[in-house]
Design a protein around this ligand. Sequence first.
Ligand code: GCB
Length: 618
Amino acid sequence: MIYKNMKLRSLLFILLISSIHLLIAQEQLITNAYNRETTSLNGYWNYIVDPYENGFYNYRYEPFENQKNPGSGAFFTNSKAKTKSDLIEYDFDKMDRMLVPSDWNTQKENLFYYEGTVWFKKSFNYSKSKNNNRVFVYFEASNYETDVYLNGEKLGKHIGGFTPFNFEITDKLENKGNFLIVKVDNKRKKEAVPTLNTDWWNYGGITRDVKLIETSETFVEDYFIQLDPHNKNHIMGKLRLNGTNKKQKEVTISIPELKIEKSFYTDEKGTITIDIISSNIQYWSLENPFLYDVFIKTDEDQIVDQIGFRSIKTKGAQVLLNEQPIFLKGISIHEESPIHDGRGHSLEDAKQLLTWAQELGCNYVRLAHYPHNEHMVRLADKLGILVWEENPVYWTISWENKQTYKNAKHQLSEVIDRDKNRASVIIWSMANETPTSEARNSFLTDLATYTKEKDPTRLISAALEQSNYQGNPLVRTISDPFAEVVDILSFNQYIGWYDGGIEKCSTISWNIGYNKPVIISEFGAGAKYGLHGNKDTRWNEEYQEYLYQETLKMIDQIDQLSGISPWILVDFRSPRRVLPEIQDGWNRKGLISEKGDKKKAFFVLKNYYEHKTSPDKE
Ligand code: GCB
């Protein structure tokens, strides 16, 4: 009996270890999936809505995947009744279908408010172009927890709704009849990132593209190639191969437009340090967003990326792009499609949003409050628009929880990995409107330290909050220890909306204190498109217009002001916003309605940007 118990205990221990392993088994992200040889798995997928997670747990609430023989009740086995007497209580192939990528909320009326598990299944055939090539399945994003299985076997789990992840499937792949089963769970949780409470729609589903990437046996897995912030004639970087043949391998980097071709040899770990000197670099700038084709070659693999070289730094209270002071004429954007209802994910969505930003006169966008799809930053690279990217550490995260920190750090690492070669991205934002406390301060400081180490070429910020200066409500300041850590001091303020009426703007002065560039990361007011009247009546377009006029005058008094990103380009869905006939489920602070109509305040900001010039060098 004792022996049996011991056996049972060691078995349980092994199961526990393997389930922990699964929890953290996230593979290294493949860089530049955007330009690689891929096969799309987008399109219709069958799905099962599973609020009780009946396909994941047995009736004792033990995960099927931890059982030696999960049995046909486990949805990832994709079982079928083979005889008349077989009992199988699901059948993926007879279920309804849904488009991937998309969110289930706007595709299926009955799932509009659904938060929970949905299982997706896609069948496919695949033949590799070379026998010893490798294959990976790559998800651009899926919200929020994703368990992935191929042909009945677990590939891994991913946590976080807005960043890419991949799993190798080489050994599990068949030529015919593969079935990929994906469990997506968007239940909000207190300890998650973001947490229970936000001001945006919690769209569930496989929200971005899914593809298969085929690589050579040893391939270029990752690289980071940027201009040296300390030497404008120096292109620096690092690169890593993955595969059994990664040591002492020749890697050639060529940039034909710079007449550069240079070979490097990998070390024991398959890595190289890239060093290229050139005095002919055309710098990426707003006026000339020049992207070089950078080719990376080994005897097995080759890949190209479009990379711009520029420097971004701060000096005193100025932001310098290529050593020139710049005023960031921005707008905040949520990732909702301007073309169809729901989450945005396509190049067409990105084109519309960034075209509107350009019409407004923007040279900068804040992608709030989580990493947006890659089309946005790739397009910003081409258009010459600067970008603030943000980690979804929003409002009241569980600061004391170590898993929460790990999760936040992991999501941040994934967006940095995806976008570290994009010239447009200049700011990594750690968080939005987080209440100060010792635990929060060290959480954010640790994130910032990690980010600086991982990417020393960009600036760090966070959307902070302002407060009264020495108890005086008419003088505002930033009293937040994290202000010491950031390169750019950003804060949100809503004087005239949540904080008094619009006339208050002219009574406020600012005592910011720090000799750092300041960005007002948010201000704004709600207005329903087409609602007109008095400028002191809330929800009228005239109220929003007046608030923009008064706010712009007010913030122009801030000496260190280096940019703004008002809230927000387009009205967006939020379950917090329930006022009938005005909000009806939408946050109305957009300068453009969800149908694409421009409100009056759009033109106030446009006019401000037309007249705002870059500051002189300090
Ligand atoms: C904020 C938040 C943003 C909200 C906005 C609002 O401060 O950062 O997520 O949507 O205010 O409309 O209240």
